[in-house]
Design a protein around this ligand. Structure first.
Ligand code: PDD
Length: 278
């Protein structure tokens, strides 16, 4: 596998960053994940826009223009012969002596690699996803795609322990989002519900794409918070992310959702979204 580090393409096993990198020492950096399906990047402009916004919010200069980012992504994809999978970008504040403050002229560290992985033909689809709920232990600026992901790692470990594939995080009695996805329910009144954007959640690129499809289909989208109790009474539940696209949820904390099978609306939105990418 070929990786990209600060201007150089090299074999992944030879790629390294200094111990004094602030991403390593402080989690002082941000990341993005874009899916590649049939050789096409999914909603990449939106991911690069969010990358720019995350950097701006924490005061790291964006090292490249969108065109340059895209060119590097495409070269990495070509060098890896990748047709389907994920492309990961990380930007940290850079390398300096360990100190909470950093020199003003620091050069950001840029790391990129690809992961071959079935995105479209996800084996988990036929059965649907089991989800557990966990307290949301994260900081108060989840709209920034920070590499400080300890709470998410712990949530995913708890999910795996319970043989579930995702954890929905709870704060103040309502679901914020998945550990690495946006949470949705479809109510008995056929409302598609996801919570409004704020500092509490990541503005999902897939969320926005699904929202557009919901509007095109003249379905009702309602932006509001929802509780676990409401999710358990829902007709369907699903989550969205670059890596899972749209994934039906069949149980929460061991309780079946709807029929206990992947919901037809979730599956339809998934196929509609994939169609827009090809
Ligand atoms: N996760 N919420 C959180 C906390 C996320 O980490 C993600 C994405 C999303 C969905 O965002 P998008 O639709 O733009 O991928 C929501 C990525 C895939 C990850 O961490 O691997």
């Amino acid at each position: 596998r070929i990786a990209y580090v600060n201007g150089t393409f090299l074999p992944l096993e030879e790629a390294s960053i200094p111990v004094m990198d602030r991403g390593f020492l402080f989690g002082d950096g941000i990341y993005e994940v874009t899916a590649l399906i049939e050789g096409r990047l999914a909603d990449n402009e939106a991911h690069l826009q969010r990358l720019d916004r995350s950097l701006r919010e924490i005061g790291i200069p964006n090292p490249y223009s969108p065109a340059k980012w895209t060119a590097i992504q495409n070269e990495l994809i070509t060098r890896n012969g990748l047709l389907e999978g994920l492309i990961y970008i990380e930007v940290t504040r850079g390398v300096s002596e360990r100190d909470f403050l950093s020199p003003a002229d620091l050069k950001p560290t840029v790391v990129m690699f690809t992961q071959a992985k079935p995105v479209r033909a996800n084996a988990a689809l036929s059965k649907g996803a089991d989800v557990i709920t966990v307290p949301d232990l994260r900081w108060a600026r989840r709209d920034i795609k920070s590499v400080s992901l300890l709470a998410q790692v712990l949530a995913k470990r708890a999910a795996a322990e319970a043989s579930a594939s995702e954890a929905w995080m709870i704060e103040d009695g309502v679901i914020t989002e998945g550990a690495s996805s946006t949470a949705f329910i479809v109510t008995q009144a056929d409302e598609i519900v996801s919570r409004p954007l704020s500092h509490a959640v990541l503005p999902g690129v897939t969320r926005r794409a699904v929202l557009r499809l919901v509007e095109e289909k003249n379905l009702t989208f309602v932006e509001r918070t929802f509780t676990v109790e409401e999710a358990l009474r829902a007709r369907e539940a699903f989550f969205t992310s670059a890596s899972t696209i749209v994934m039906p949820v069949v149980s929460i904390d061991g309780q079946p959702i709807g029929t206990g099978k992947p919901g037809p609306l979730a599956l339809e939105l998934r196929e509609l979204y994939i169609k827009t990418l090809l």
